[in-house]
Design a protein around this ligand. Sequence first.
Ligand SMILES: CC(C)(COP(=O)(O)OP(=O)(O)OC[C@H]1O[C@@H](n2cnc3c(N)ncnc32)[C@H](O)[C@@H]1OP(=O)(O)O)[C@@H](O)C(=O)NCCC(=O)NCCS
Length: 234
Amino acid sequence: MDRGRPTRGLAEASDAGTRAAHTQGCGVAAVARRRHLPILLRGTGLVKTRVYVPCPLCHTPAMSSPAPPAGIAVRPATEADLPAIDAIFNREILEGVATWDVTPWTAAQRLAWFQAHQREGEAVFVADAAGEVAGFAHLSFYSPRFPYRHTRSDSVYIRPDFQRRGAGRLLVAAVLDEARRTGGHLVIAGIDSENAASLALHRALGFEVMGRLPEAGWKFEAWRTLVQMGIVLR
Ligand SMILES: CC(C)(COP(=O)(O)OP(=O)(O)OC[C@H]1O[C@@H](n2cnc3c(N)ncnc32)[C@H](O)[C@@H]1OP(=O)(O)O)[C@@H](O)C(=O)NCCC(=O)NCCS
């Protein structure tokens, strides 16, 4: 996928003087200085993709995490968040296909899961909306086997009344930042093929479809197909 190739004019202006002059007037630098906002928007047909790239000329770094939507902040989850996380996830178990689990998790299962995610390379984040848990996401090892230690998986769940307010994007961006920080290289999301929202969210953050497992699951008396989306971190 084309990740925001520099414009022809900028790529060609390579001498030091031009670079210095450019930095002064650089739109990327100006925005990064002023508001710390991610930079480039590109339309790719069905899905609007937001791409975070440093300026190709003066190399002003763009932030990989999007600016927080008003009133929502991402922070590491604590044990106090677990009942809210369970409420969000268990509702999806009973009513949705984002997860193929069919039995609600118990509080003990959730606590064990949370404690296991405290090791380096794994993480749980919540989107906090004025003290309420609007959603959560986790970064997990893809496999316990040693050669896969740089491969991680992510998952994200937003409370229905907080959806489409940027929390999902913010959480997955935080997960990707954490993966980068801890030596992650490939991050994979397993997504139900009919979950248009999650497919679009991951595509918007740079994930690509890397695999498809037809009729890999069974829920609500029907076969479910798994799409594996992934991003190689650079
Ligand atoms: C998928 C989910 C996490 C998205 O979270 P969200 O906070 O609603 O998404 P955001 O507001 O951050 O949207 C970010 C981008 O995702 C895409 N997107 C999100 N919801 C979408 C929808 N219903 N339809 C199409 N695209 C959607 C859009 O590209 C959007 O960018 P835009 O708002 O600039 O168009 C949320 O719908 C959810 O929790 N669904 C139920 C659980 C689930 O499916 N989890 C994923 C398991 S793999």
